[in-house]
Design a protein around this ligand. Structure first.
Ligand SMILES: [Ca+2]
Length: 358
């Protein structure tokens, strides 16, 4: 055992869990309650959004969650239709998807458009689809929250904070007499964010300007400063240390075909210049999903920092200041926990083909 592993083993085995393990947020009233989830994503850019949505569908099939809506913060390629297609491939085509197709922040994708254009060898569409009108995220978010039980919804934000900031700015309308801030305070139990970078375990991450923050800094500042409820942050360093197993993906996804996740992963690799699909991608967005759906202390997937406050600086850095009255906490993980979480991802990603399609 290296000195590094020994250090973290001692720290996490004896010290941190005794302080923070009992402090994990369980978002269920009862163990069997499905967690109502909003999945707010920049799907179409990096591939982890697609895997994160896929494991949400798997857990919805297990009745561990109910996906109320998929809202897109920055439409990469034709991400709206891609998300609808992924919902359909996972047998939940009724889940509403919303995106602002006119946003100047939109850009090309790495797999969303490619999947929609994909053909079989005989030239027929591999994933047939037809364009439907698009709803913008804000009215969908306001409607879903207005209809939800108080203190029930978990908002998983794995893209920019654009949509959450727009909600906070919204006033009463025909959907709800409540302001967006009032809806967030009354209906949202937890905001689970993949964003920022934190130097709890390695000081170098304090200097990192993370993608989801940088691409909409005003929105990230607003949400960190004004969100009325609890926020847990999975920083860049957490998902970066937990990589998806390429062998696992090949074993679990290649057959039976077609498999939209495998095709998406291959398209992402090709789009990024790789001849073979062989990049063990970080699991950034998946961590924010797993934390919500597997909060059991005995599984020991995650540990949380003490309470505090995250501030977004002008360049996108996200310093954390400890404060017992703060509503922000940050994921801390050990190498042993990272292995356990990676195993969970492999199992969840492969579950569709092991169980549903048997
Ligand atoms: Ca993302």
């Amino acid at each position: 055992m290296t000195a590094y592993r020994l250090f973290w083993g001692i720290l996490f085995s004896f010290f941190l869990p005794s302080i923070y393990a009992e402090d994990l947020l369980d978002v269920r009233d009862h163990f069997s309650d499905p967690v109502p989830v909003i999945f707010d994503t920049d799907i179409g850019g990096d591939i982890d959004d697609a895997f994160a949505l896929a494991i949400l569908h798997t857990m919805m099939e297990r009745k561990k969650c109910e996906i109320l809506a998929v809202t897109i913060s920055r439409c990469r390629g034709n991400a709206l239709e891609y998300a609808r297609l992924l919902n359909r491939e996972y047998f939940h085509p009724w889940i509403p998807v919303a995106a602002d197709l006119d946003s100047p922040a939109n850009g090309p994708g790495h797999y969303s458009g490619q999947i929609l254009d994909m053909k079989n060898e005989d030239g027929t569409p591999r994933y047939p689809w037809e364009a439907k009108p698009a709803e913008k995220p804000l009215p969908l978010l306001r409607r879903v929250l207005a209809e939800a039980k108080d203190n029930s919804v978990v908002w998983i934000q794995v893209g920019e904070a654009t949509n959450a900031a727009a909600l906070l700015e919204s006033g009463p309308d025909e959907i709800s007499p409540l302001t967006g801030r009032e809806l967030a305070a009354r209906k949202v139990r937890l905001l689970s964010v993949m964003g920022g970078a934190f130097g709890f375990q390695d000081l170098k991450w304090n200097k990192h300007c993370e993608h989801n923050i940088v691409f909409d800094i005003p929105a990230a500042k607003k949400v960190c400063a004004e969100w009325p409820g609890e926020i847990v942050f999975s920083g860049f360093e957490t998902g970066d240390a937990i990589r998806l197993s390429v062998c696992g993906l090949q074993n679990d996804l290649k057959k039976p075909l077609p498999n939209i996740l495998w095709d998406s992963y291959c398209a992402w690799c090709r789009s990024c210049g790789m001849k073979e699909p062989n990049h063990p991608r970080p699991s950034w967005d998946l961590t924010s999903v797993l934390f919500v759906l597997r909060p059991e202390i005995e599984r020991n997937y995650f540990t949380l920092s003490p309470r505090g406050r995250v501030t977004v600086l002008d360049d996108g850095r996200t310093p954390f200041i400890e404060d017992p009255h703060g509503k922000h906490r940050v994921f801390l993980t050990s190498p042993e926990q990272n292995i356990r979480v990676q195993e969970a991802f492999t199992n969840l990603i492969g579950e569709k083909h092991e169980v549903w399609l048997r």
